[in-house]
Design a protein around this ligand. Structure first.
Ligand SMILES: O=C(O)[C@@H](CO)OP(=O)(O)O
Length: 263
């Protein structure tokens, strides 16, 4: 076997090096109502709390014990991490939070009913705003009741870095520094990493991991509350494209439901 510059053989480089588990928060109160949410800080619904606990049990059943947790700054992700960790007996784990894992900012659509928006603007525009890679919704006004300007949790974020709307491409841009600078070092230290985040911030991360094309990403939906396991090689790329949901059957049905929202 010919060693590479670092003295590793091909087999070493392809051997799984680290485990990453992605978990979308459980159903939120606004998921249940069919409203665009984005950065609006809503809580989990009772169903979402159950999903989060079940997510923790799925980790236990799969013998997956994360060493560290990363969440967004939004309550629904924080609650999900807490409930999942609690049901897995892991409330003591170190947790880091960052706005870079927040949901995509949904701009002026925040607080709007998905079905009504689809009726008003048509299927094509609705799909573009929801799932296209590079078409952001119109920006939200700073004095809108659903704007996050002035929210103390973003006090350290300079005004020009505070999104007023985002497309998925913008999310990839603000998320990748966190991936490279905060998550990869944990993986490099042989830690199993749990990332508890959101439908679209996880779509951005999965796009990067699986190297999904800008058109193809429109068809990817992430279900609430079902852990998705990725074993990564020495380049922090998935050994198996798409990873593995810990409950594949439930994931299939839930993915379908997310895709059909607003109908
Ligand atoms: O409203 C939102 O912020 C997201 C996730 O709940 O919705 P969608 O799946 O429509 O992008």
């Amino acid at each position: 076997m010919t060693p590479d510059a670092a003295g590793r053989g091909v087999a070493d480089r392809l051997a799984p090096m680290a485990t990453l588990v992605l978990l979308r928060h459980g159903e939120s109160e606004w998921n249940a109502k069919g409203l665009f949410t984005g950065w609006v800080d809503v809580s989990l619904s009772p169903k979402g709390e159950d999903e989060a606990r079940r997510g923790g049990r799925l980790l236990l059943d799969a013998d997956l014990r994360p060493d560290v947790v990363h969440t967004s700054l939004l309550t629904r992700a924080i609650q999900t991490a807490n409930l999942a960790q609690q049901s897995a007996g892991l409330l003591w784990l170190p947790v880091q939070r960052s706005w870079r894992l927040n949901e995509r900012h949904y701009g002026a659509l925040q607080g709007k009913d998905k079905a009504q928006t689809r009726e008003e603007f048509g299927d094509e525009q609705f799909k573009l705003w929801r799932r296209s890679y590079d078409t952001p919704p119109p920006p939200i006004a700073d004095d809108d009741e659903f704007s996050q300007v002035g929210d103390p949790r973003y006090a350290l974020l300079p005004s020009e870095a505070m999104p007023r709307t985002e497309c998925l491409k913008d999310v990839v841009t603000r998320l990748l520094p966190y991936w490279y600078d905060r998550i990869v070092p944990d993986l490099a230290a042989d830690r199993t990493v749990l990332v508890v985040a959101h439908g679209n911030s996880l779509r951005a991360l999965v796009k990067h991991l699986d190297d999904i094309g800008d058109e193809e990403i429109a068809g990817l939906n992430i279900p609430t509350g079902i852990p998705l396991r990725y074993d990564l090689d020495a380049d922090y790329r998935p050994v198996e494209r798409g990873g593995r949901y810990l409950d594949p059957e439930a994931a299939k049905a839930a993915i379908e439901a997310v895709a059909n929202q607003g109908r």
